[in-house]
Design a protein around this ligand. Sequence first.
Ligand code: F6R
Length: 614
Amino acid sequence: MCGIVGCASSNGPASGMLVEALKRLEYRGYDSAGVAILDPDSADPIHTVREVGKIRNLEAKLAGVEIRGRTGIGHTRWATHGRPSQENAHPHRDPTGAVVVVHNGIIENYLEIRRRLADQGAEFSSETDSEVIAHLIARNYDGDLAAAVRTSVRELAGAYAIAAIHKSEPDLVVGARQDSPLVVGIGDTSNYLASDVPALLPWTNQVLYLEDGQVVAVRPESVAVTDQDGNPVPGEVVEINWSPEQAEKGGFPHFMLKEIHEQPTTVSDALLGRLAVDDSEVVLDGLGLDADGLRNISRIALVACGTSWHAAQVGKFYLEQFARIDVTVEYASEFIYRDPVLDGNTLCIGISQSGETADTRAAMRRAKDEFDCHVLTICNVAGSSMAREADGVVLTHAGPEIGVASTKAFTGQLVCLLLFAVRLGQVRGTIPAETTRELCRGLRGLPQELEKVLRTSDAVKAVAEEYYESRDFLYIGRGVNYPIALEGALKLKEISYIHAEGYPAGEMKHGPIALIDDGMPILAIATQGRTYGTIAGNVEEARARGGKIIALVTPGDDRVAAAADQVLVVPRVHEALTPIVNIVPLQLLAYWTAVSRGTDVDQPRNLAKTVTVQ
Ligand code: F6R
């Protein structure tokens, strides 16, 4: 949901850095972009350039323009208020042009502020909620930009990460945050601001996470954090162990394909140090609960959105099967407004790639503040809002995920949920030692099995080329693979724009089978397991009604394969691990279909990677 960057440098112009950093944040929004650079030697000291569309359009506009300033801010937008246009693109300025800001988030009371300022004669040049921030800062400015920002944000209701510059303070960028992420990058002779760490990796791996309510003054040689009253706050600088290359395509045509292919490595990273050498137990640090604490949990509420919600659905199977505990799975956006029955013995687990999703954060907060739950997060970004706010953290260790469609973070979430279910089963005495050993051994072998699946990419591509013009797709699965049908369908719709539905195969007869006509593609997850027999029957029923069956099967299958038009074979693994193996061909199917349709794989229309608004 919009990406913002800032730079106060003592060596060299800021514009190149700002554009490069924005490209690394483009997954957050890409309908328009802009930069504002302070050049004190110029007659008009703040030079603003904005353009509709992707950052390459902004880059083209900047080409040939020499902007020498070393301090600046930038923005890539995901429109919330006002259509994508040059006027609505950030940065925004006050009418005198003294103050320029970029903003990520939503200012809920902007209309009220706008009306009040308009009554006092202010004129606005955009339809955005963000422009009022520049007006407020300019009005409150009295020679100290950080102080003006502190005073101004008191008037704002809603979520914001802001970066602001003032024409009279040429070496300074001021940042502030409330419910939207903002990190400060610490360099040798330059310091930075960004919505997310990957934006800063080429320049520094030393970062300071700004907390809600804090304001930071970033200069080339210093970084000063204060609370909203101006009291200095000692910020903790942490070292990030992601490399800049991890946030680059590494020879793949798209981030999504690269991230799909990284899964053998990311799964192995998620397991690192978490399996006992003799496979007798799972070791999970950072839960914030000892064995007694874990034993006292009487139920679990999983909260998440989108793909992470699908991971939660698989997690429910794991927790029920191995830890024999009552589990509910909630859309975080619904959980916030319901009347759930939770108490201090409920464990709430928020699952999130980014650790910043507004709904999931709000759900976790509610579980903690209103119901006194112990709150854990399974998330991919150390230092994210959720990782800092939760009582315990299990990191998925998938590395930066840039493609908007989540892939490697999902398989990392499944691994972590399984590890947690086994750990909980151990302390509750509900998992037999032999099952733990089988699962640990299976997990260890998983990276090699995923390598085998990736080698079938060409076969998946051939299927995609057969069906890429279809209007609709059905995905069916049962049991632990029903959520994989949902996730497969989500992947397809979000990047190829083909309408796709995921169903539990047993539900077909209760309505959706009416959709099947000649040539409708049906992806059936029919790998070996306890539901194989029934899903084989469902495949035959779909086939009899003219459906084209693409079947995911294990080696040696003859029944489903005989009824299928296309067969994709995945290796046989422990049934609990089948979701982690089975999702990979579905990710590839979505990818190759999108490529055949010529859509923008990494930045599909209307989407953004990190959803920091509710
Ligand atoms: C789909 C996708 C989204 C996210 C959802 C939650 O491919 O990426 O559905 O899963 O927006 O995001 P996180 O996991 O960051 O909380």
